[in-house]
Write a protein that binds this ligand. Structure first.
Ligand code: FNR
Length: 383
């Protein structure tokens, strides 16, 4: 049996156990994948400052997001098609997050619906909405999220159209997969995935089905959404969506101090410095490289969080030490889910928490709030 000690172990198992089409969907970026790669290699350039002979007893990774305390200041990011990595994947990830004590975010493009997740969990989760042109859809889906008790809305602002991902085009990505010969040959070695999938009772794209006339073919639902991404989006539209929701809002996908100022001016409770995990503008800088300039610009006006590239507790420490109040992880938990289902997501969270705890101890810190630049060694000219 494989002993899981790090996120890379889960990634290897994810690749072995999940259809290539869906593993590639997760483990890819847009175009040349430069931004996708640099999200992780830039984290590696920042080093940690060891501190010895300080009392490290009584440590805690506890931290708060939107004024609520969690096991770590970390949330599971919205990830489309999570329910294709494993049957009922969104429910499994949400359950693991709930038991661990961190928030889960359900994507608009999830397989399981808002109601599926709500019925199978107790803790309130967050809902992520894409900015679509169809206000009737926006209003109805927000009503559903409110009725399900979702405690915050994540509005993704960096996807007015889809960044092109070569692997998805080459694989002919659809959900459910079309049973071509290469897909069937691939599934032959991943039959457990197929068996689980056959056992699920959920309707695919549960947040969209019902809004679309031609819902008989579930794979048409993704294209329905893609046609409705709001290419004319502006800050007034974002504000209108926020007003339609009326509760806590997190704006996701900010990469410059100028946009951060505009985002903070909307009154958002938090913003996420994010390049969508390198899936949108290839060539954009990594999130960690732009974080400090955004914290300086708006850190006193709103909570600044970060995602894109976090694969370890050391990465979490680096982001927090550079001023992020919280982080989100995407692939780190998706690898856990694809590898082992719900226990795999739990394992991913355990791995990251343990790495964070040990790294805090060895940098001489006991509390998340005390992390700062003094914990880091940053190469000249990095920012
Ligand atoms: C995403 N992401 C994303 N974001 C969003 O707002 N809605 C979505 O439906 C999706 N879907 C999605 C699918 C997959 C497969 C991935 C990997 C990512 C982006 C996600 O929320 C987050 O920003 C990144 O995953 C963060 O980067 P890391 O942690 O994966 O490096």
């Amino acid at each position: 049996m494989t002993v899981i000690t790090c996120i890379d172990d889960l990634k290897r198992l994810h690749k072995r156990r999940t259809p290539k089409m869906f593993y590639d969907y997760a483990e890819s970026g847009s175009y040349t994948e430069q931004t996708f790669r640099e999200n992780t290699t830039d984290f590696a350039q920042i080093r940690l400052n060891q501190k010895v002979a300080v009392d490290m007893t009584g440590r805690s990774t506890q931290g708060s997001l939107l004024g609520k305390s969690h096991a770590m200041p970390l949330a599971l990011a919205p990830v489309g098609l999570t329910g294709m990595q494993r049957a009922d994947g969104e429910i499994k990830a949400a359950k693991a997050a709930e038991k661990f004590g961190v928030p889960f975010t359900l994507s608009t493009m999830s397989i399981c619906s808002i109601e599926d997740v709500a019925e199978n969990t107790n803790a309130p989760f967050w809902f992520q909405i894409y900015t679509l042109t169809d206000d009737d859809y926006n209003r109805k889906v927000l009503e559903r999220a409110r009725a399900a008790g979702c405690s915050a809305l994540v509005i993704t602002v960096d996807l007015q159209l889809l960044g092109q991902r070569h692997k998805d085009l080459k694989n002919g990505l659809t959900a459910p997969p079309k049973l071509t010969l290469p897909v069937m040959l691939d599934l032959a070695t991943k039959w457990r995935w197929g068996l689980e999938m056959l056992g699920t009772k959920r309707r695919f794209f549960g947040n969209i089905v019902g809004h679309v006339e031609s819902a008989a073919d579930p794979s048409s639902l993704a294209s329905w959404t893609a046609e409705k991404f709001d290419q004319a989006l502006n800050w007034d539209r974002i504000k209108r969506l926020m007003d339609m929701w009326g509760g806590k809002v997190i704006l996701k996908g900010i990469l410059s101090p100028e946009d951060a100022e505009l985002a903070a001016a909307t009154g958002a409770d938090a913003i996420i410095v994010s390049n969508h995990g390198g899936r949108q503008l290839d060539g954009a800088l990594s999130s960690i490289r732009v974080l400090p300039s955004i914290v300086s610009a708006v850190g006193d006006k709103t909570e600044v969080w970060l995602d894109s590239g976090i694969r370890s507790g050391q990465d979490v420490l680096k982001a927090l030490a550079l001023g992020a109040k919280g982080v989100m992880i995407g692939r780190a938990y998706i690898h856990g889910l694809g590898a082992m289902g719900e226990p795999g997501v739990t394992r991913a969270l355990e791995v990251i928490q343990k790495e964070l705890d040990i790294s805090m101890a060895l940098t001489g810190e006991k509390r998340i709030e005390d992390l700062g630049r003094h914990n880091l060694l940053i190469p000249n000219g990095f920012f």
